[in-house]
Ligand binder design. Structure first.
Ligand code: NDP
Ligand code: GDR
Length: 354
């Protein structure tokens, strides 16, 4: 019997880590995830796939560790002996990276370096190949030079987070070329889901819509509504990560939908879906502005589509509605897709707000 492949994921408790863990378990992998020690549980997104490690069925294992602690990373690598490592861990909030630049850079840039150094030594010692995925970002394009952005577009990062991701990107290329490592960069454009962190703009909006419908929130404070993003569905994007590591040769890949939309368009669809007008609820708060903004991102996924055969499964309005529905359900409301008449929502709101 052939042994199951083993994967190690940093950032397994995050949006992408949880979907990737699900995907790999479905594919028969033994999955190991690095989690940070916290004073309260931070495993909400993976609790549904967790099985007691004492059970014979257990194929998901968690290890305490931190990208800021190279010794722990080395120990875990030696213990797990993975075939594939997915580096998804990060302080991933762009606005927060302006407040906390040192920590962000240490985790994102140095964290990636620590992990690659650990892999390099492990490979050299054991002669076993470890395939490496680095979670790169469209934020690296920043002040864009080309529209749409592709693998060859020059980077112009506009935040401490994006600068750190550029560093990790080039180190990944460097480890591939210097040490013959099977190392891939995914340059992923924004991807969202019901598991998206609550402080990113999409989830902040869909969660607010659900709370407004439930009568639990009156206003929604936002920053710049004019920036444009290429938003896709996280479940599709983790599939692309896995596909990259199954190729014959390592490479760099833009993962995007090829469409761009403003925050206002997101608001239009989200509020319209529950028959509300966002202008009645959205207020401006300058706290959510960034010292430097990325105005427009739109990716060209043609290389990825041709090489990997990857394509997105859901369009922009479908994504927004899926997220609103999930937030409605989470707050105890009936999702619109399960209602026969959206007017029911209108009358429910009228009742709550009167
Ligand atoms: P999340 O913010 O949802 O998850 C980040 C994960 O990283 C969490 O599991 C978090 O743990 C973990 N983490 C944070 N700091 C450390 C640390 N010091 N050591 C180890 N782990 C740490 O991000 P996403 O799932 O959305 O994104 C995954 C990766 O992809 C990130 O690297 C992000 O920068 C990148 N990316 C994301 C895009 C997106 O649109 N979602 C687009 C392009 C790139 P904890 O739960 O304990 O906080
Ligand atoms: P982004 O996502 O910065 O693109 O990074 P975010 O959702 O934070 O911002 C998108 C755009 O919305 C504007 N915006 C607001 N943003 C937030 N968070 N909160 C607000 O209240 C608000 N109001 C307006 C922002 O100014 C911005 O223009 C995400 C992260 O997942 C990164 O880790 C990842 O690398 C990139 O996507 C691709």
């Amino acid at each position: 019997m052939t042994q199951a492949k083993r994967a190690l994921i940093t950032g397994i408790t995050g949006q992408d880590g949880s979907y990737l863990a699900e995907l790999l378990l479905e594919k028969g992998y033994e999955v190991h995830g690095i989690i940070r020690r916290t004073s309260t549980f931070n495993t909400d997104r993976i609790d549904h796939i967790y099985v007691d490690p004492h059970s014979e069925d257990a194929r998901l294992f968690l290890h305490y560790g931190d990208l800021n602690d190279g010794t722990m990373l080395r120990r875990i690598l030696e213990e797990v002996e993975p075939n594939e490592v997915y580096n998804l861990g990060a302080q991933s909030h762009v606005r927060v990276s302006f407040d906390s630049p040192e920590y962000t850079v240490d985790t994102v840039a140095m964290g990636a370096l620590r992990l690659m150094e650990a892999i390099r030594d492990y490979q050299q010692r054991t002669d076993k190949e470890v395939r490496f995925y680095q979670a790169g970002s469209s934020e690296m394009f920043g002040k864009v030079q080309d529209i749409p952005q592709k693998e060859s577009t020059p980077f112009y990062p506009r935040s401490p987070y994006a600068c750190a991701k550029v560093y990790a990107h080039w180190q990944t290329v460097n480890y591939r070329e210097s040490y013959n490592m099977f190392a891939c960069n995914g340059i992923l454009f924004n991807h969202e889901s019901p598991r998206r962190g609550e402080t990113f703009v999409t989830r902040k909006i869909t969660r607010a819509v659900a709370r407004i419908v439930a009568g639990k929130q009156k206003d929604l404070y936002l920053g710049n509504l004019d920036s444009k993003r290429d938003w896709g569905y996280a479940k599709d994007y983790v599939r692309a990560m896995w596909m990259m590591l199954q190729q014959d040769e390592p490479g760099d890949y833009v993962v995007a939908t090829g469409e761009t939309h403003t925050i206002k368009e997101f608001l239009d669809i989200a509020f319209d879906y529950v028959s509300l007008n966002w202008h009645d609820y959205v207020k401006f708060d300058p706290r959510y502005l960034r010292p430097a903004e990325v105005d427009i991102l739109i990716g060209d996924p043609s290389h990825t589509q041709q090489t990997l055969g990857w394509k997105p499964s859901i369009d922009f309005p479908g994504l927004v509605k899926l997220m609103v529905d999930a937030d409605l359900e989470a707050i105890g409301q009936t999702p619109i897709s399960k209602q026969s008449d959206a007017a029911t929502v209108r009358s429910a709101i009228a009742g709550v707000m009167s």
